[in-house]
Each structure stands twice: as C-alpha cells, then as structure tokens.
Design a protein around this ligand. Structure first.
Ligand code: PEP
Ligand code: MG
Length: 572
C-alpha cells in the first residue's frame, strides 16, 4: 500500500481501479517538402478535423457540464481562425516548404511563447490552451486518436495534468474520480470536476510510472488523500466513509429545498454564485434560493468586440427567466486583475490587481457601465426580477456617487423610450477592498446592501496575490485581520438598517458557518454544489452559540488559531 497527499479539489470519495491517462505523443519530424501546395492542403484537412472535434467537444461540454466549460472549446476554435497564426503557417509551408507537422509545431509554439511573455496571468494561462490546440492539430495530421487506450470500465483517472479537452472527452459514466500531479484547486481540472460532481485531488506528489494500471485505489477529494493498493482494513474504512458521505450528501440534497434556519429559528438566505443561465438552473436544482453573485464577465471574455446592448440584454433575460422572482444580485463588469479583455483598452500593468480594474473604469469609460446598466434594467423591467445590482471593488464614496449618476442616466434613457423599469430594485456594492470595510459606516448610507468579497478582501488585506501559487497558502480568509474587517462591515451595515451578504469562497465552506452566522451575516452566496451542505450546517446551530463562536474566533491572534478552533467544532 502506498499513500500520498495532494490538495483536495472536489469533495467525495472514489474507490476503483487506476487508469493512467497518457495522451498520444506525436513526434514531430522536420523536413522540406517537394510539393508545398499538397502539403498546405494536407494541413487544411487537419485544421478542419480539429475544428470539427472542437465543435463536438463544445456541444458535449455544454450538455454535460455548463456554458463556462463549453466556452473553453469555442475559444480553442478561435485560435484556429487566428489570422496571424494562419499567416505564419502559410509562410512556413508555402514559402519555406516546411512539412506541416514542423510548421504547426513552430507557429503554435511562437504564439504560446508570445502569450507567456505577457505579464497578465490571464494571457499566460492561454498559452496552455494554444499548446492544447497544437497537440490536437498534430494528432489530426498523424491520423491518431485522442489518447492511448480507451477508458472501458469505471476507473479513477490518474494524469500528469489534464487539459479541459482531455477531461471532457472521457465518458462521464466511466470516471470515478480524478487525480493529477499538477494543477491547483482553481485549475481547470478542479473546476470541471466540481462541475461534474466528481471527487478530485490535484498537486499529488506521485510518480505515475510507479502506478500499475488496474490497481485498486482510494481517492478522497475532501482530505486530498490518495491510496494505491490499500490493505483490506484501509479499504473497509474507505468504503464506510464513502457510504457515510453518500448518505450525508443524499440527506443534505433531500432537505436542500427547505429554508435554512438555525435550531432557534433564525433564517438566512442561501443563494448561489453563477456565470450563466445553465449555472442558474443548476443552482435551483441544488436548493439555492436565488443568486447572490452573477459574474457578468463571461459575456465579455473570449471575444474580440464589445457585446452590443441588445446582446447583453438577451443574455441577462435568459438568466433572469430561470430565476423568476427570486433575489437576483448582478455584479457589474469586473474586468482587469487576472481577467483581461483586450478590446476594452486594458494595458499591461505591473500590478494589475492594484490597477485599472472593475469600477475604476468608470472615469475613462462611463459608457460601458451605462450600457450595461441599461441592458440589465431593460431585461429586469420586462420580467418579475427582484433585481439587485452591485458594483465591484469599490474603495471610496466618490465611486458610488458617480455610479449612481450613471444609473440615473440609464434609468432616464429607458423611461424616455417608454420601457418599463424593474418593479423591485436595490443598489449595492461589494466590500472587497479594506478601505471600503473601514469606511463601511459611511458607505452604508448610500447603498441598499453590501456583499463581502472575501477572495479579494483577503488578497488586499494580507497583501497576497491570489494568483501567485508561491504565496497562496498565506491567503486565508480565516486570518483574524480579515475576520475583523468582515465584522466591521456587518456591524456598520446593520447600524444603518442595511443587509449584508458574502459571496467569496468562504461562504461555501461549512466550517465558516457558525462564525459567519455569529457575525450576523444575512445572506450566504456560493457555488451551487455547496448549497445543500451549508444549509445542513446552518441547521445544526443556535444563534447564541454562533455568537460565542464568532467572538472567540475574532479574538484569536493568528489564522492557524482560528482554523484549529473551528475545525474542532466541525463534524467530519
Ligand atoms: C471576491 O473577491 O470574493 C469575489 C466574490 O469576487 P471575484 O472572486 O469574482 O473577484
Ligand atoms: Mg472580487
């Protein structure tokens, strides 16, 4: 028996034979061709094969996982249409008479390296996508399939790394769990695994050459534990834990549609973070009572021009239709930081998270916010939407005042066109910059609600870049300094009669439930899959007990003390 510990990436326990994923390796030979025109035609056939495969993968991802995942494959198709890339391929084959394989290798590599040399994490990450597409085209040229060997029976998949196309091509019914050597909890593997509801462990220090295919394995996506060739005792223990987990999950799901109230009857809203209409549907299935964060960026990413107002309105209408009259918190465009959109005039910056990001765009481009607000109000006005619009990354009062002016213009222009405005409407801000938390008493007087973004609040309060793997362990929202900022925010809002939500990852962590209830949080917003577990955790507590937990946690000197204390209170 061999044991390893990686990073827990998606909850659940998988027990089954190991299947090692080894993508087909295509060796690239290099030669000059006698007939460049024929070679160019051969390359065109391979490119169109790759395009067809990507269209199929896109459709499969949309059907089985969601729109965000499907978007990865539509972005891959865009690479195959990139004019610069196609010109460089033509130059290499037609003019330099290089064979198609070598031309594909060189042209895509050049493109990937150019992306890697850029500062922004978003572009760096795209380099992996370019290489993924290159491998696909090379396989098409070689007439090879996606990988060596087929996944014929249910198995735990082991891989060095998994690209999105790797993961989606597997037959969902044959995957018991996923284990990768590379990747972090926010890697594509992790995101896809969570979307599929599969247990996953990433960053596992394991040598795949030592794993015999077919060996029985246990993978615990809650603890990050991986066992190869378990003893009978270990296997028994895992089977018991798996059964308990499945029973607990089934119980949680069966109660997921009931309200979340503490033992003494204190009710809070449990809502979801979404990015599309498909996510909204999933959120309802998991028992979410509405949406606490609709990240609207998805509409603007992976395209080359600004969506028109009509396009925006249509997308919002689709999401609003799913949610009906339930609470619908929409965040205005949060671009910049690690999310770049070239056509919006973003430039390379030394510190993009401290730069021209989110609400800061309104000084130079008020038209973007005005257009988005008009589209949101128009879509909400036609439906029964309980529309709550919020601004990201607010750091001072002036931003709220300016945004309110823009909102008034958007409302006036719709009224001038005789279009109805939403019957129910609230205007709020995210609290994710420490200055906003510290001034929450002032800001609360100018908005209807706050939603705390602990992902960014942690990064800004503790000075840790959330995308830098080397310091990521320091970025814990359980740091008492972050907890104090949360407390300050909630207290200030309540003093002015305003409600407070929390939509960072912390809200979906069952361990944080008594702490956040005790601090007085009114609304918890999280990934749809976390809703049943968080609702169940809320039902285990009374409000006075939670208040005592919060007071104890906030008084701790270090994050580790808070974590030790809360772990002791959380059933496993
Ligand atoms: C946050 O910062 O906590 C948040 C919810 O926003 P995002 O993760 O989209 O920056
Ligand atoms: Mg944020």
């Amino acid at each position: 028996m061999k044991q390893y510990r990686g990073l827990a990436a998606s909850a659940g326990i998988a027990i089954g034979p190991a299947w090692i994923y080894r993508p087909t390796q295509v060796t690239v030979e290099r030669r000059l061709v006698a007939d460049p025109a024929a070679e160019w035609a051969r390359l065109q056939t391979a490119l169109s094969m790759a395009r067809t495969q990507l269209q199929a993968l896109e459709a499969r991802a949309r059907e089985n996982i969601g729109a965000d995942e499907a978007a990865i494959f539509s972005a891959h198709q865009l690479f195959l249409e990139d004019e610069e890339l196609l010109n460089s391929l033509a130059g290499l084959v037609k003019e330099q008479r290089l064979n198609a394989e070598a031309a594909v290798h060189d042209a895509f590599e050049h493109y990937a390296q150019a992306l890697e040399s850029l500062e922004e994490a978003y572009f760096k990450a795209r380099a992996a996508d370019v290489r993924d597409v290159r491998a696909r085209v090379l396989r098409s040229l070689a007439g090879a399939g996606e990988s060596e060997g087929e996944l014929t029976q249910p198995a735990v998949i082991f891989a060095e790394d998994l690209s999105p196309s790797d993961t989606v091509q597997f037959d969902r019914t044959k995957i018991l769990g996923l284990c990768t050597v590379k990747g972090g909890p926010t890697s594509h593997t992790a995101i896809l695994a969570r979307g599929l509801g599969l247990p996953a462990v990433v960053s596992t220090p394991i040598n795949l050459a030592e794993v015999d295919p077919g060996t029985l394995t246990i993978l615990d996506g809650t603890t990050g534990g991986v066992i190869i060739g378990p003893t009978l005792t270990e296997l028994d223990r895992a089977r018991k834990r798996q059964a308990e987990w499945q029973t607990r999950r089934a119980e949680q799901l069966s109660a997921a549609h009931a309200p979340a109230a503490t033992l003494d009857g204190h009710t809070v809203e449990v809502v979801a973070n979404i990015g599309s209409a498909e996510d909204a549907q999933q959120a309802l299935e998991q028992g979410a009572e509405g949406v606490g964060l609709f990240r609207t960026e998805f509409l603007y990413l992976d395209r080359e021009t600004m969506p028109t107002e009509a396009e925006q309105e249509a997308s919002y209408r689709a999401v609003f239709a799913v949610m009906g009259s339930r609470p619908m918190v929409v965040r205005t465009l949060d671009i910049g930081g690690d999310k770049a959109v070239p056509y919006l005039g973003l430039q390379q910056e030394p510190n993009p998270f401290l730069g021209w990001r989110a609400i800061r765009m309104i000084r130079e481009r008020p038209d973007i916010l005005e257009g988005q607000l008009r589209a949101l109000l128009a879509a909400g006005g036609e439906a029964e939407t309980d529309l709550r619009i919020m601004l990201p990354m607010v750091s001072s009062l002036g931003e709220i005042t300016r945004a309110r002016e823009i909102l008034a213009q958007a409302q006036a222009s719709l009224q001038a066109q005789g279009r109805p405005l939403p019957a129910r409407f609230q205007f709020g801000i995210m609290i994710e910059v420490p200055s906003a938390a510290l001034l929450a008493d002032h800001l609360a007087q100018h908005v209807d609600f706050f939603s705390i973004g602990t992902n960014d609040l942690t990064q800004y309060a503790l000075a840790v870049d959330r995308t830098n793997e080397r310091v990521t362990k320091l970025a814990t929202p359980y740091h008492p300094a972050v907890l104090r900022l949360i407390k300050l925010t909630i207290d200030a809002a309540h003093a002015h009669g305003k409600w407070v939500g929390l939509c960072g990852e912390l809200a979906g962590d069952e361990m944080a439930v008594p702490l956040l209830l005790g601090l007085g949080l009114d609304e918890f917003s999280m990934a749809p899959a976390s809703v049943p577990g968080v609702k169940a955790a809320i039902r285990r507590w009374t409000l006075p007990a939670c208040r005592a937990v919060a007071a104890e946690a906030v008084a701790q000197p270090q994050a580790i003390d808070v974590l030790d204390y809360l772990r002791g209170l959380t059933p496993r």
